[in-house]
Design a protein around this ligand. Structure first.
Ligand code: FMN
Length: 215
């Protein structure tokens, strides 16, 4: 097993990332890379999937896969249960990091910054375009809590369906979006012999500074 792992090696030679290709601010480059990822990545990779890392009150990190559901000039939005483990971690420590990995493009993007809740109106607007099953699930599932078995979850869903049998479910207060406001965005392009390109954008006094990092 260890030998197999040591021998697992892929050479990255698809593309490069030069300073000339990189705009002065990072959102434009993220949008360009994201559009290319949507076109190039094949299912099961979802181009908008990323890993979100949060830190709990004891300073311990936790990460999990989430889907990016919004991008505007302020930041990167995802939706979840505010009472979940990540919700509780963000309540005590509002700083987070998200990492996108687009293997077909041999690219990684790392984004770090403060996280804040989106407005209830924004959460509701997204909630309303979700399929009915997902809308009911947001009510039924006490995300991150221990449950006895699958039957308990199915029971919770059944009672939620009954509760909303005559009315469309509205967005629960415990469910909604968070927006990560980036202070750092790093673009990584795989290159041969592990001499990868890393262009890092840092927000300093409200101005994006760009620098190259050693791979
Ligand atoms: C591909 C994929 C997409 C996911 N998208 C979301 C999402 O958008 N929101 C969410 O709350 N959980 C999502 N999850 C589940 C999370 O990884 C995680 O299990 C859940 O949010 C509970 O995390 P927590 O206990 O750390 O709060 C997704 C999982 C996978 C594998």
């Amino acid at each position: 097993m260890t030998q197999t792992l040591a021998a697992m090696r892929r050479e990255y030679a698809r593309d490069g990332l030069t300073e000339e290709q990189a705009p002065a601010e990072p959102f434009e480059l993220f949008r360009k890379w994201f559009e290319q990822a949507v076109k190039t990545e094949q299912l099961p990779v979802e181009a908008n999937s990323m890993v979100l890392a949060t830190v709990d009150q004891d300073g311990r990190p936790h990460c999990r896969v989430l889907l990016l559901k919004g991008l505007d000039d302020q930041g990167f939005t995802f939706f979840t249960n505010y009472d979940s483990a990540k919700g509780q971690q963000l309540a005590v420590n509002p700083f987070a990091a998200m990492t996108f990995f687009w293997p077909a493009l041999e690219r990684q993007v790392r984004i770090e910054g403060r996280v804040e809740r989106v407005t209830p109106q924004e959460s509701d607007a997204y909630y309303q375009v979700r399929p009915l099953g997902s809308r009911l699930g947001a009510w039924a599932s006490p995300q991150s809590q221990v449950i006895a078995d699958r039957a308990e979850l199915e029971g919770l869903l059944k009672s939620t369906e009954q509760r909303f049998s005559d009315a469309q479910p509205h967005c629960p207060e415990h469910w909604g979006g968070y927006r990560l406001l980036p202070e750092r965005i790093e673009f990584w392009q795989g290159r041969p012999s592990r001499l990868h390109d890393r262009l890092n954008y840092r927000l300093q006094d409200n101005v994006w500074q760009r620098e190259r990092l050693a791979p």
